[in-house]
Write a protein that binds this ligand. Structure first.
Ligand code: NAD
Ligand code: 89Y
Length: 344
């Protein structure tokens, strides 16, 4: 079968993970690169041996015969680039956060729907090996009916040196990182009816909030807590690990530090190492995220090849985006509960 031909837009900090992963994905080739910065474009082209280079995405779409574009720019450019690809009839992967407003997110979903092009948001944390291992336990029914959960990410890792824009945006942790944590909560516990949230900025050197605590009521009756912080100094820095706790009617599960998953059910306790693989191009501590980039890209190509809807399609991601905006709304209104179903 013919390889899917892709063009990558945005050759910055995180795009290098995309490109390393694309080199290993079966069924796809990245044949062209685009970045407004000539220096970044040249550097990425040389590193990955790609010589069709563009500083303008419209130019790339006009000249190349692409099956898809992979948009790895920051949020402000997502809508114009997604709409450009939709007009060109080219399928789209777009990095998170998908949009700055729900109106923009809906407009992109509509544009791709009208053009009949597949759209997936690069919401990769649910593709991490430990999160998939938890999903398997839930699917096996080992825990019975899940009634409570916690998805937690607490760190003091310096994310600002690699991603300086995170320090200057008005919104920080929910939009950047909490979005993944909320998506994991949806993936594990199902869609959400309402939530309430508090936020706080601890680090005086940044503009947005770096701590958020979000209480979710899920449609199936479960309650979960999503908590994230970039202001938490722990004896062992766990970045970028997400820790998970789940209680069900028949048992419990804990994903603890360093990828140890403990499942207790029917009087038996089992502890498993659910560490991610260290891919040849990956580096600790990012390897967990890096492997999930490969996993989601392979999922996209499998879906594109077989005409299936990706798990984190644009339409699906509207529900995760709704949680993000609901959390900001609740925090701005003294933790008032927000009915999420009216937003998505
Ligand atoms: P970055 O600023 O380092 O890179 C973005 C690049 O896009 C820059 O080189 C810029 O010149 C280019 N660009 C911007 N607009 C363009 C346009 N219209 N046409 C062509 N090029 C354009 O940003 P980054 O840190 O690589 O982050 C990119 C995105 O990846 C962000 O949305 C971020 O949230 C996301 N991200 C995701 C994960 C994850 O695990 N999913 C991790 C880190 C970052
Ligand atoms: O941008 C963020 C993401 O998506 O994963 C971790 C990160 O790089 C910093 O919070």
């Amino acid at each position: 079968m013919r390889m899917k031909q892709g063009g990558l837009i945005g050759c910055g900090f995180f795009a290098h993970n995309h490109l390393h992963a694309w080199a290993e994905v079966e069924g796809a080739d990245i044949v062209a690169l685009c970045d407004r910065s000539e220096a970044r474009l040249k550097e990425a082209g040389e590193t990955f041996g790609i010589d069709r280079l563009y500083t303008d995405a419209a130019d790339m779409l006009a000249r190349e015969r692409l099956d898809f574009v992979d948009i790895a720019t920051t949020v402000a450019t997502h809508r114009p680039l997604v709409e450009l690809a939709a007009r060109a009839g080219v399928a789209v992967i777009c990095q998170k956060p998908f949009a700055e407003t729900l109106a923009d997110a809906r407009a992109m979903v509509e544009a791709c729907g009208t053009a009949g092009v597949p759209l997936m948001v690069h919401e990769n944390f649910r593709w991490q090996a430990p999160i998939r291992a938890i999903r398997q336990v839930l699917d096996a029914g080992t825990l019975g009916d899940v009634f409570w959960g916690r998805v937690s990410f607490r760190s003091a890792y310096d994310v600002f040196s690699g991603q300086p824009y995170l320090a200057t945006e008005e919104r920080f942790i929910i939009q950047d990182l909490g979005i993944h944590i909320l998506d994991i909560a949806r993936f594990l516990f199902g869609d959400v009816e309402r939530l309430s949230a508090t936020t706080r900025r601890v680090n005086p050197a940044i503009r947005g909030e770096d701590v958020a605590t979000i209480l979710l009521s899920h449609e199936n009756g479960a309650t979960s807590l999503c908590d994230c912080s970039y202001a938490t100094h722990l004896p062992e820095e766990l970045f970028p690990q997400t820790l998970v706790e789940i209680d069900g009617s028949k048992g419990s599960l804990r994903l603890s530090a360093n990828y140890r998953m403990t499942v207790h059910a029917d009087g038996c306790t089992q502890t498993l190492d659910v560490s991610p693989n260290l891919l040849s191009w990956a580096s600790r501590p990012w390897h967990n995220i890096q492997e999930s980039v490969f996993n989601i890209e392979q999922h996209w190509i499998d879906c594109l090849t077989n005409g299936r809807e990706p798990e984190t399609s644009g339409a699906d991601n509207l529900k995760t985006m709704a949680l993000v905006f609901a959390a900001y709304e609740s925090a701005a209104n003294g933790q008032q509960a927000v009915d999420v179903r009216r937003m998505a």
